[in-house]
Design a protein around this ligand. Sequence first.
Ligand code: PLP
Length: 394
Amino acid sequence: MTSATERRIYFDHSATTPVAPEVVEAMLPFFTGTFGNASSIHSFGQKAKVALEDARRQVSSLLGAEPSEIVFTSCGTEADNWAIKGAAHFFEGKKKHLITSIVEHHAVLFTCNYLHQHGFDVTYLPVDKFGMVSPASVAEALREDTFLVSIMHANNEVGTVNPIGEIGKVCRERGVLFHTDAVQTVGKLPISVIDMNVDLLSLSGHKFYGPKGVGALFMRRGLQLEKFIHGGHQERDRRAGTENVAGVVGLGKAAELCQTQIEDDERRLAKLSGDLYSKLRQAISGIYLNGHESQRLPGILNLSFDGVSNDSLMQNLDLKGIAVSGGSACNSGMAETSHVLNAMGLPMNLILSAIRFSLGRINCEEDIDYTVSALGEIVERLRTVKRSQAKFGA
Ligand code: PLP
């Protein structure tokens, strides 16, 4: 039996996941005996090349894509940057408008801001109170000179899943490229690049039990983008740089594992996060769910606790060994509130009291019960302190 103080519960799988043991095992030989450069023509290089191509097949199979449509990158951020800047530079001088949403990850938002500073027009679509983008708003925003629409599959803070297939259909009918940042959904929800009508899709290994520092961009066959990284002729001359063979092998193995486990994982996580939500609601008053009731990633639960700050909640939970994340980050004393919760129209008191639980394979029912009891005590204590501060004018 572990004592309460020794207990460590990880509810931050949207930030990163532990690497699956099978993934570590698959990667290890590529740090030792099988160390060749995949561009070398000798047998050392050819072994690495075969491993790369196996991984490409594993990743493409998870997405319902062709292996040749997968290009490995260093992370999800690079894939997002490449999709957006690569399309912008390809159309430069011909088309200058792109559409995204106001709740995208900064890898997309800041890339669009950068392009705006360099003469492109960007439309930032609003979202509804659940954080969802409507296909009608995309259709309305399209212009003659729109070259790209980039809308995330699921939001990383609240887990809301966008109607990507419908948005993709709107884009396809108007002949506009469609990119989706699927960093939070690949390996967690079934993905078909065909049904989703996407031309470009970003993913990242460390979000689905693979290693950090490796991702991929799905590029529909025949699609042309301006290069993002210049140098050698790797990745069929699409992305330069000696491949991270061990990382790519890990990404492939993680994709293969997800393909067999995705339905079980989904069911288990939906049950665990459903239990966490209902047990918390029974134990604590003044709790609000941020995000969609049903169109939500199964493992994400973003909750506001009226009357307590998320900083205090996170610190107190951490003292009890429970890791969660907050909707706002504090930078040099300046609170930067969540752009996602702001865009959903939440009042400031709920934005400042929001925390995200993101569950994963390593969590179990015991974690839920321990957390409900710990959080019950913490919230009660913090609210009592606040009430007495208000009473004595502190
Ligand atoms: N896009 C989304 C939706 C994310 O959640 C993240 C990471 O949190 C990224 C992109 C960036 O991915 P990476 O950490 O691989 O650069």
